[in-house]
Design a binder for this molecule. Structure first.
Ligand code: ATP
Length: 200
């Protein structure tokens, strides 16, 4: 079985794309965001490690991780972000491997919103699918979806890997600037390509 990283910045259409792969072709997506949450659930060894680095101030009154507080700490501090990633990423990799073992399709997608060359998940993937979308369209769709303020969306975009970085890592690119029907068509073509490649 082959594993394809599914990546792209905020509002580019990763969730939409993974839903289409599942609905049209039965190709599942492993969501690393979800697994990253699982890695630091209450009482987990992941959370214990996070507390030992960031202090118990990052817990809420139920002794769960206060994700917003932690996000604020790491948003502008690269070293702290790296420290956190060093704890979380190996746990996520282990959980991804467990999920992969249960999948029976020809290939699966692994959704990784923040993918960098040095990301540990790169050791598990055979290809990288980048969902590209013009910034103005992403902003419009994200504001509409999340009712977020425009400056915040722009700030988030700036903090994520750039389109250039993601393009460099990509083995496959889908442009998601048009309608859902064009997206469906392009995903269909890509699926055929993957099947051809992986059946060799
Ligand atoms: P995030 O990383 O922020 O979670 P995402 O990459 O998963 O975002 P989606 O949630 O799939 O992005 O898409 C963002 C919004 O854009 C959604 O409301 C979705 O319905 C809409 N959208 C995605 N693709 C298209 C399209 N081709 N045409 C119109 N709307 C679209």
């Amino acid at each position: 079985m082959k594993n394809i990283a599914l990546t792209g910045g905020i509002g580019c259409g990763k969730t939409t794309v993974s839903n289409i792969f599942l609905k049209n072709f039965g190709i599942p997506t492993i969501d690393t965001d979800l697994l990253a949450r699982q890695a630091v659930t209450k009482g987990s060894s992941g959370l214990t490690q996070v507390i030992s680095r960031f202090g118990s101030d990052i817990l809420n009154d139920k002794d769960e991780l206060d994700r917003l507080k932690l996000k604020k700490i790491i948003f502008f501090d690269k070293d702290k972000r790296k420290t956190l990633e060093k704890i979380i990423h190996p746990i996520v990799n282990r959980l991804v491997k467990e999920k992969i073992r249960m999948i029976t399709s020809h290939y699966c997608l692994i959704a990784v919103p923040i993918l960098r060359k040095e990301s540990t998940i790169m050791s598990l993937v055979d290809r990288v699918l980048f969902i590209d979308c013009k910034e103005s369209i992403r902003i419009e769709r994200t504001v509409l979806r999340d009712k977020l303020e425009l400056p915040l969306v722009k700030k988030i975009i700036k903090s994520q890997p750039s389109r250039i970085e993601l393009k460099e890592m990509a083995t496959d690119i889908i442009q998601n600037n048009d309608s859902f029907s064009e997206l469906n068509r392009d995903i269909g073509k890509l699926h055929e390509k993957f099947i051809r490649l992986f059946e060799r």
